[in-house]
Design a binder for this molecule. Structure first.
Ligand code: PLP
Length: 430
């Protein structure tokens, strides 16, 4: 049926109605029901077409630069003082993150379906830039809907999208942020579902998007599993990935679902602390609801309205989560944990100083949790972290709000003891 996922684990979900257990499905206005059915049918056909698979493979290899390496972070592991930490380097992809994996797949599908234009919403602009890149590459028009407030805040990404030839539509309604951008993009899609297609930016939305985006991202796990076997000599004892909507996490988890000895950890943003309400830890704190056309865990109020969410990492700032994550949580196959803003910043500096790798603040949540886990499970074990993106986009913000002086090692650490870089993680000073 679908591109790669069937071949790499036995879970075989979603079912034909798009459900992962009780989660997923398609909750849509009648006008969009048929449109989604058409996308589903096209995806089933096209994704098993050998010429589609080989075209995507060529782009993955020669355009994105796949396979991305797995790297043993020796200095970070030593500082954490327990298990060995390995990084799957999605930050080295063209455009600097994992998002290009599904954007290329979606754009290629759009082209095969004869669409002229791809449209999407974007919050901080990361999905918009990746999709604008794919549109430029494949000669498709591209409209990106973005809340007016985000347009102002994220000026560099707005410029990138424009340079790449996309039209950035500033949404002036409601709170002028992501939720209103989603509504505006859906409205635009409804107005013309024939020449356009909506490309969702994570494993969320109505069926078939959670399955489709996962399949395009599964390449991460397929590569990483082989790389761990040949480089570390064994499968990892644990795999750790940050969870916003959940695409980079599903991408790496998919290949390990049948490896029962490999523990899987999804890391949600605890923001300023779960007790403050300023977080976006949907699985840890959410309840079952319907958002943006699918059923999943949602951070919502008593009336089912999505709650305002917060994270230092704008890519993790979403009140829902992919339905497959809610399912994997419900059956206990994946453990969902959290990292605070401060822990993420510390991991950001630690990885930069110890390994010369500046991680995205999103990915820093996974690194922070991996450090904690390394101490817990101890020496002789291996942890694989999905380093979903690079942090160049975050450096000005971090330098301004979390001055470096707080993170410098003290005199007593100058002899190669790196522990001081990691003093906040799991510690008293959060
Ligand atoms: C967008 C983004 C994320 C969060 O999205 P997921 O769908 O949860 O993967 C994580 N890391 C980076 C670098 C991102 O750009």
């Amino acid at each position: 049926m679908n591109l790669v996922n069937k071949a790499i684990n036995t879970e075989n979900l979603p079912d034909k109605n798009g459900y992962f257990g009780e989660y997923g499905g398609a909750y849509l206005p009648p006008e969009l029901e048929k449109v989604m059915k058409d996308v589903e049918k096209a995806y089933e056909e096209i994704s098993s077409d050998p010429s589609f698979i080989s075209e995507l493979k060529e782009l993955n290899e020669h355009y994105t630069g796949r396979p991305s390496p797995v790297y043993h972070a020796k200095r970070l592991s030593k500082a954490a003082g327990g298990a060995e930490i390995y990084l799957k380097r999605e930050d080295l992809n063209h455009t600097g993150a994992h998002k290009i994996n599904h954007c290329l797949g979606e754009a290629l599908l759009a082209k095969r379906m004869g669409k002229k234009k791809i449209i999407a919403e974007t919050g901080a602009g990361q999905h918009g830039v990746a999709l604008a890149t794919a549109a430029a590459l494949l000669g498709l028009d591209c409209d990106i809907y973005m809340g007016a407030i985000d347009v102002k805040k994220e000026a560099p990404n707005v410029s990138r999208m424009k340079v790449l030839g996309a039209r950035v539509v500033s949404v002036e309604s409601g709170t002028k942020t992501l939720k209103d951008a989603v509504d505006a993009a859906f409205a635009a899609y409804l107005a013309d579902p024939v020449t356009q297609i909506y490309c969702i930016g994570s494993v969320v939305g109505p069926h078939p998007f959670p399955a489709m985006v996962r399949d395009f991202q599964s390449i991460i796990g397929i590569e990483a599993r082989e790389q761990m076997l040949s480089y570390a000599g064994s499968l990892p004892d644990a795999v750790v990935a940050c969870v916003g909507g959940g695409s980079n996490a599903m991408g790496i988890f998919s290949a390990f679902l049948d490896d029962k000895a490999t523990a899987l950890y999804g890391v949600e943003p605890a923001g300023k602390g779960l007790e403050t309400g300023m977080h976006a830890a949907t699985i840890s704190k959410g309840t079952v609801g319907i958002l943006h056309g699918f059923k999943s865990l949602v951070l919502q109020d008593k009336d089912g309205e999505p709650l305002p969410v917060y994270s230092i990492a704008s890519g993790l700032d979403y009140p829902g989560v992919g339905p497959q994550h809610s399912y994997l949580h419900s059956i206990g196959r994946v453990n969902y944990r959290t990292a605070t803003d401060r822990e993420a910043v510390e991991a950001f500096y630690a990885l930069s100083r110890m390994e010369g790798i500046i991680p995205a603040l999103e990915s820093s949540h996974a690194v922070a949790y991996a450090v904690k886990l390394a101490r817990e499970i101890g020496k002789g074990k291996n942890i694989l972290v999905n380093l979903s993106g690079r942090g160049d986009k975050d450096i000005d913000f971090v330098m301004e709000h979390y001055p470096l002086t707080e993170y410098e090692p003290g005199e007593e650490d100058k002899d190669g003891g790196y522990e001081e870089f990691l003093r906040h993680i799991g510690g008293e000073k959060n």
